[in-house]
Design a protein around this ligand. Structure first.
Ligand code: HEC
Ligand code: HEC
Length: 548
């Protein structure tokens, strides 16, 4: 979809030509409408701009049924119901003009709604506000909406974040958003929006995808106003009822913010694989704690919309990739948010049929069923010279690719050779091993292999310091994905670092020094307390003090 949009934007100069002509006509018609010059002109301009840029998604009648709408699970908004998510007004109230202009300007991250500020002149965006409102006649008669008085929340601190978590539990945000915030709560599989479409509870660990912005301020505002038209309620009532204070709602906002990285992740083309310290085996298990020390690289995914059964709204939108090698063996861990451990009977029954019914393309014999989650990593069969890379969609007949395949319903991985999406031959695991765990809405899958392959004729041999192209495919079974319907990345490069970075030697040494120093500090403190308690308190009080 975005690609098509870019095409539309590239075509803009052509559109501009048409505009000049139209502007001339508008000059003439202005004479006829002198009575209400601003309004009539605005209305025409709004209609014109809307029909050119918005109607493919939002529909000519503003009812959210443009030709592209069936391909989005978060449907383009139907404006005829007057429901808006990103407001400064109370739940259930209409938004202010500034609210609507704001969302048109910055778009809605995590959905297909683009940001128009850089694409359309200010006057056009103003005119669009009026035109969008015209689809819901009560806008003309309702009293002007009054924004809520919103406080400012101060800085986050560990205490506030901990307090926020208490409210996350007691208000039961986890019912929808899950224990770790990944949108996998016990009620998440059955959620639908005002229009009866399935809706995913937001993944709170990816704040850069929040519809209304990612800062603690944005989150606080969403909690005060709710997201009208979705199951996400407003929590202002809890303040009014005295269940919590405004300050505590801020703590909750800080807690939610703390679940995501401080900055939105940056994409790097080269994924560096650290060399493990000498004589240390590379990790075999997904849960190995050493992974916590290894840099994770962010890889965004998009739906496969090039061939076959396309995925216009894939469930998985990114993976994080880590690697360690020891000079002869390589381990890669891929981590991603996935709301269910497919096939999960609840999601299979309550979620999958609704998604398949809502999303184009339907049919193609795709029935709801027990589908596993899947991951494939793709490499070329030989390290190419320079920047050459095979066709990224599973290779072609001239340049085959190697695939490392994992699926949640099997314990062993598969190797495969791809000569195109319809020509994939699997050959069993060979020396490739894998391990996987799903915890609180997150998959972590480790692949491990020697640099030397089973079959040097057809399989990639890894070399130090020679970057290898690598791409990713992910499927969410409970969203009905398999085959060509899934999420894909473009090519990245995997680089096996030649030397052990000095830090891997120094880090354990430093850790040793620091633990030593902390130990000393604890001992001196305890001694001091002992002395103090010998003078005043009881020994029991001294023990309690030194453990607190
Ligand atoms: C590529 C599809 C697409 C295009 C083009 C598009 N929108 Fe949207 N728009 C969406 C989607 C999807 C949503 C709903 C997102 C959600 O519910 O989370 C949305 C929501 C909105 C909302 C509701 C905001 C809120 O607070 O709830 C407004 C207003 C809006 N769009 C205006 C426009 C205008 C004006 C244009 C043209 C300049 C436009 N859109 C073009 C997809 C699109
Ligand atoms: C009944 C289910 C439900 C409950 C309970 C719930 N949420 Fe949500 N929440 C949702 C859904 C669904 C969305 C996604 C709406 C969308 O995509 O437009 C969402 C979205 C969000 C967002 C993202 C807002 C944005 O700008 O996109 C945040 C933050 C959030 N919820 C926090 C919370 C917190 C904190 C609580 C508890 C106080 C909570 N939610 C309780 C269902 C729920």
């Amino acid at each position: 979809m975005m690609r098509r949009l870019e095409a539309a934007v590239v075509a803009f100069p052509a559109g501009l030509l048409g505009r000049t002509a139209l502007a001339a006509c508008a000059g003439i018609s202005m004479l006829a409408t002198l009575a209400h010059p601003a309004r009539a002109q605005d209305g025409e301009r709004g209609k014109l701009v809307y029909e050119q840029w918005c109607s493919q998604c939002h529909g000519l009648q503003g009812d959210g049924t443009g030709p592209a709408a069936q391909r989005m699970l978060t449907r383009p908004r139907d404006f005829t119901r007057g429901l808006f998510q990103i407001r400064t007004t109370a739940g259930g109230e209409i938004p202010t003009d500034e609210d609507i202009l704001h969302v048109i300007n910055v778009g809605m991250p995590g959905t297909t709604m683009p940001a128009w500020e850089a694409l359309l002149p200010e006057g056009d965006r103003q005119a669009l506000v009026a035109y969008v409102k015209s689809f819901y006649p009560p806008f003309a008669t309702l009293p002007a909406p009054v924004p809520l008085t919103l406080s400012s929340g101060g800085r986050a601190s560990d205490d506030r974040i901990a307090e926020g978590r208490l409210f996350y539990d007691s208000i039961q945000c986890w019912q929808c958003h899950g224990q770790a915030g990944r949108g996998d709560g016990p009620g998440a599989a059955e959620l639908d929006d005002e229009w009866g479409n399935p809706i995913r509870a937001a993944d709170l660990t990816q704040s850069w995808m929040f519809n209304g912005g990612s800062t603690a301020d944005d989150i606080y505002r969403r909690l005060r106003t709710g997201l009208d038209g979705t199951p996400m309620p407003s929590f202002s009532d809890l303040l009014n009822a005295g269940f919590m204070t405004d300050d505590q709602l801020w703590s909750l906002s800080h807690y939610v913010r703390s679940l995501s990285p401080a900055d939105p992740p940056q994409v790097q083309e080269v994924i560096q694989v650290e060399r493990a310290a000498r004589f240390v085996e590379v990790p075999r298990l997904a849960s190995d704690e050493r992974w916590d020390e290894v840099e994770a690289f962010y890889v965004p995914l998009v739906g496969q919309i090039i061939t076959g059964d396309r995925a216009f709204d894939p469930a998985v939108t990114s993976v994080w990739v880590q690697g360690i090698h020891d000079g002869t063996e390589l381990a890669i861990r891929v981590t991603w948010s996935d709301r269910s451990k497919s096939p999960d009977p609840t999601w299979q029954q309550l979620w999958q049929p609704r998604v398949l019914a809502a999303l184009e393309p339907k049919g193609l014999g795709r029935e709801p069923g027990a589908r596993p989650d899947r991951l494939s990593i793709q490499f070329p069969a030989v390290i190419p010279e320079g920047m050459d890379r095979p066709y990224f969609l599973m290779g072609d007949s001239d340049t085959p690719v190697n695939l490392w395949q994992w699926r949640s319903d099997q314990t062993r991985p598969q190797r495969a050779t791809g000569r195109g999406v319809n020509d994939i031959t699997t050959t069993g695991p060979g020396i490739l091993t894998s391990d996987a765990q799903w915890v609180n809405g997150q998959w972590q899958v480790v692949f491990r292999r020697d640099f030397e392959p089973n079959n040097a004729e057809t399989e990639l041999r890894f070399e130090l310091g020679r970057p290898v192209p690598m791409a990713f495919f992910v499927w969410d079974g409970d969203s009905g994905e398999d085959g060509t319907r899934g999420a894909i990345s473009t090519w990245y490069f995997l680089n096996l670092e030649e030397e052990t970075p000095v830090s891997t030697y120094i880090a354990p040494f430093l850790a040793f020094l620091i633990t030593g120093a902390l130990g000393l500090l604890a001992i001196t403190r305890a001694r001091r307390r002992d002395r103090e308690s010998a003078i005043g308190g009881t020994p029991a009080a001294a023990t309690a003090a030194s453990t607190s």
